[in-house]
Every structure is written in C-alpha cells, then in structure tokens.
Design a protein around this ligand. Structure first.
Ligand code: URA
Length: 246
C-alpha cells in the first residue's frame, strides 16, 4: 500500500505536492469515491481517477548514473543546486533516485520510476552489498580495518559486519585509500564508520551496487539498466544472501 499522492506522482501526472493539492481540491477518486483528505493509502487493485480519467501507470524505466561530486540526490532542490535528474533531460518519465549519495560523494546511483522496485532495493531486510572507495586521512592499520569489519558503534547503533581492504597508502601525504563493502544504507554511514575509527574521509566514491559497477562511465554519464539486470537485482534483493557475486 502506498500513499495516494505518491501513487499519483509515480504515475507521472504531477509532483507529489501538486498531487496533494489535487486531492484536497476533490479531483481524485478512489474506487469511485472522492478522496479529499491526505493520508489515504491505495494498493495495486484500487482504481484511482483524476478528473474522471483513470490513472495509468508510466512504463517503468531504470537507469544508473555516475553521480559527480557536488550534486544533490533528489529531483528538486530549494537552493537551486544541481540535482541528479538534471543528467536525464531526455527522460520524460518521473524518475527519482533509489536511496542517496551525499552531496560530496560520487559514484553509482540508480534511478527509476518504479516505486515497488525502489522500495525493494532500499528495504533494510534486503539491503544489497555496496562497494565504496574512500580516501581517508592518516595511515589505516589492520586493527582498524578489523574494527570496520566487525562493526563499529555509531549514534544509531552498531554497524553490521563489513569487508574492508587497503588499496594503497601514501606516507608522504599521510592518506590511505580503503575499499569498504557494506550492505546497510544508513545516513552518511561510510563517513561515520571511518570517523569512528579516527580517520576522516576526504573523498568518497561508490564503485559498485550489487553486481553493477561503473564500468567505463565517467562522472555525469548515465546508462539504462536492461531488463536482465533489473531481474537480477530483484533476485539479488529477495535472495537470502544478497552478497555480491563478482
Ligand atoms: N556513506 C556515506 O558516508 N556517504 C554516502 O554518500 C554513501 C554512503
């Protein structure tokens, strides 16, 4: 079940805010009855009409973007900063990001207009492995790596077991590049995990999402995700073991 305004927005009719207005104005019917209050939820079998016209769902589309740094993982920004959907000027469907990468984080981000798919991939129970490459201040030793792997205590609880390996160290600049694989998706999780072991992240990039990787995309490039990949992502999310199969 999804909120009525979300269903209308995802059908490509209007933004969520505009959909709320349409509901309040009494223009929306569910199963033949006007619904003019917010908070109503509808399921796949409910018949939604706007101004008497049945809602037909947009064709689902799926993309991946190599999000550059300095871009917001959203569809609009009240401060007029660049948002991830700015990279899809030719896509007419109302796509939105599945989860988010911080403003300063670059890397692989999925976008879709398929709400059910987005919810599936973001559900904590089904979280898929994501591989990050972090450049951090200081030289990370193997005890610290072990701490990351076993789980560190953050303000919102201990992190789940992870995988961490050192890619390179630069003694002159006093930095380390670490690859960290996690399957949770908490807010600023990677940055906070490194903070917890005393190494500040100076650069962060998401390289992989499940079996998907950036390949030869460059920052700002996007490509469509094919039906086979979508099917594999669904299978990965719903399988008991969603760890990466490289
Ligand atoms: N972890 C972070 O700290 N930032 C991101 O953007 C993604 C994961």
């Amino acid at each position: 079940m999804e909120r009525l305004q979300k269903v209308i927005a995802h059908a490509g009719i209007a933004s969520r805010r505009k959909a709320e207005e349409m509901i309040i104005e009494g223009r929306v019917k569910v199963n033949g009855k006007v619904v003019n209050e917010l908070g109503v939820k509808v399921g796949a079998n409910d018949k939604v009409e706007i101004d008497g016209v049945p809602l037909s769902k947009e064709e689902p589309v799926y993309y991946m973007l190599y999000k550059p740094r300095g871009v917001i993982s959203a569809v609009t920004d009240d401060k007029n900063r660049k948002v991830v959907t700015d990279f899809f000027p030719h896509v007419k469907e109302r796509i939105y990001p599945i989860g988010r990468l911080d403003y300063d984080t670059s890397g692989l981000l999925l976008l879709t207009n398929d709400g059910e798919f987005a919810n599936l991939l973001m559900h904590p129970k089904f979280e898929i492995d994501k591989v990050y490459v972090a450049k951090v201040k200081g030289i990370v030793n193997r005890y610290k790596l072990k701490e990351l792997e076993k789980g560190v205590v953050l303000s919102d609880g201990k992190t789940a077991p992870a995988k961490a390996k050192i890619i390179s160290t630069d003694n002159r600049k006093d930095t380390t590049i670490v690859e960290l694989t996690i399957h949770e998706g908490r807010n600023r999780q990677v940055r906070r995990m490194f903070e917890a072991i005393g190494h500040e992240v100076v650069k962060l990039k998401r390289e992989r999402y499940g079996f998907l990787h950036l390949g030869n995309l460059r920052p700002g490039d996007a490509r469509e995700i094919g039906p086979h990949e979508v099917k594999r992502l669904r299978a990965l999310a719903t399988s008991k073991d969603s760890r990466i199969i490289f």
